[in-house]
Design a protein around this ligand. Structure first.
Ligand code: SAM
Ligand code: TMP
Length: 405
């Protein structure tokens, strides 16, 4: 039995991936198997509806000076965040007297839009290397973890925020109660707290099990977010589906009773109950569905190896760490992974030691098959590689099922 991070109820895990390394621990040299791992099991709390990791590495092991995820590697995400900034500025009527805070601003992909529009803003970002990139764009950044303990410091130098935003960060934080307390204290009376994260409904629907890795402690739904908000005198006032990261949800919260609640919220909660996101039995087939994908993909990769086909992978995503290690993918099945992120070049994938090579070498490598680990960027990537891949080359994807294109 495990204790829920939200409500302390006891629950049992519904899937166990075994021992997993840190998803973004791309190593400069081949690492031995006894490097750091943690037991990656996921459970569902029937009391507060939160799907969560049972165990998680210390935050300093994941977010630091060598953090390997740079948000601006995707042009699509740049456009996405530009449009998010514009829609928030419009909704709240932001101007030069307003104040926007972003939790986990990474390389400034979102806040640069507010800087451009002359709207005062502040990023809070513990990974120093990505924070430096944000600072180089003229963004003010506090290099620290956000939680309730730093709010007093923020308020001594700045003011309460009209908007607090966070994308793909809230789901990373096991001490989420401290975050919500901090948000409650930092947010103006009529302010909004907007965050988006991969959506539980999509993970279950598509069996996108690779959304589960060390950094993703929670898989949120409207059910769980509204419960959590209530515990902090906050209110879920809107939900908007996003196509980013394989299917995400944008949650907008406000102080309780201050803003009109959109009917999107009750509609989504009704839908979630209809598909059973509030019932334990709905999660029970998940592990079996993952294992079906595992068997099918390994069968395909072994067959290609036996037929002397060259298979490489595209996108050294955090998600790929779960796929590679849970499926037992080795260099005899996938030679290497090509990626555009400089910090990942000439490193090795966590635990499995698959070489990561610069994207510039991808086309010269003349692969027969390309396993798309960055499937969440499939539209952008397949469009970019269309003319090259047309010449007798094939993509392999595995979410929601194994397919060769
Ligand atoms: N917001 C960006 C995006 O959507 O592309 C970055 C997302 S990245 C997956 C998660 C970021 O959250 C990392 O840059 C990490 O350093 C940061 N982070 C983790 N814990 C945090 C905390 N307690 N407060 C602020 N940022 C945090
Ligand atoms: P993400 O799934 O966590 O967003 O990570 C995407 C990874 O894929 C990141 O390491 C950058 C890489 N990538 C490419 O190599 N080429 C591309 O065109 C895109 C969009 C991403």
């Amino acid at each position: 039995m495990s204790k829920c991070l939200i409500c302390e109820n006891n629950f049992k895990p519904f899937v166990d991936f075994g021992n997993m390394p840190i998803a973004n621990a791309f190593a400069k040299k081949v690492v031995s198997k006894d490097n750091y791992t943690f037991r990656m099991k996921v459970g569902f709390c029937e009391n507060c509806y939160m799907v969560q990791l049972i165990e998680q590495p210390d935050r300093e092991k994941m977010f630091h000076e060598n953090y390997a995820f740079f948000s601006s590697t995707s042009n699509y995400m740049k456009e996405h965040f530009k449009s998010l900034a514009n829609s928030i500025a419009k909704f709240q009527g932001l101007n030069k007297d307003s104040f926007v805070v972003e939790i986990g601003c990474n390389d400034g992909i979102l806040l640069e839009n507010f800087v451009f529009d002359g709207i005062p803003c502040l990023g809070i970002e513990p990974s120093e290397n990505v924070a430096r990139v944000a600072k180089s764009k003229g963004i003010q950044v506090i290099s620290d973890f956000f939680d309730k303990s730093i709010v007093e410091d923020v308020l001594s130098s700045y003011k309460r925020a009209d908007v607090i935003i966070s994308a793909n960060v809230m789901c990373h934080i096991p001490y989420i109660h401290s975050i919500f307390d901090g948000v409650k204290a930092l947010l103006k009376e009529d302010g909004i707290f907007v965050f988006e994260d991969p959506y539980l409904g999509e993970v279950i629907d598509k069996t996108s099990f690779d959304q589960i890795y060390d950094e993703h402690v929670f898989l949120f739904s409207a059910l769980s977010v509204s419960t959590l908000a209530n515990m902090h005198e906050l209110e879920l006032i809107n939900v908007e589906h996003q196509i980013t990261h394989g299917g995400s949800m944008r949650y907008t919260l406000a102080h309780k009773g201050i803003k009109k609640v959109s009917e999107n919220v009750s509609n989504l909660i009704i839908k979630e109950k209809k598909i059973g996101l509030d019932k334990r039995h709905s999660y029970e087939g998940f592990a079996k569905d993952v294992d079906k994908i595992k068997c099918d993909l390994i069968l395909v990769l072994k067959d290609l190896r036996d037929r002397n086909k060259k298979v490489v992978a595209y996108g050294a995503t955090s998600k790929s760490t779960t796929v590679i290690n849970y499926f037992g993918i080795t260099t005899d099945l996938v030679k290497c992974i090509y990626d555009t992120t400089p910090i990942k070049h000439y490193t090795f994938s966590p635990s499995a030691n698959i070489p990561i090579l610069p994207y510039e070498e991808f086309r010269q490598s003349q692969p027969d098959y390309v396993l798309l680990f960055a499937w969440n960027h499939a539209t952008e990537i397949m469009r970019k590689e269309k003319s090259y891949m047309e010449k007798d080359k094939h993509w392999i994807t595995y979410i929601p099922k194994v397919e060769i294109h």
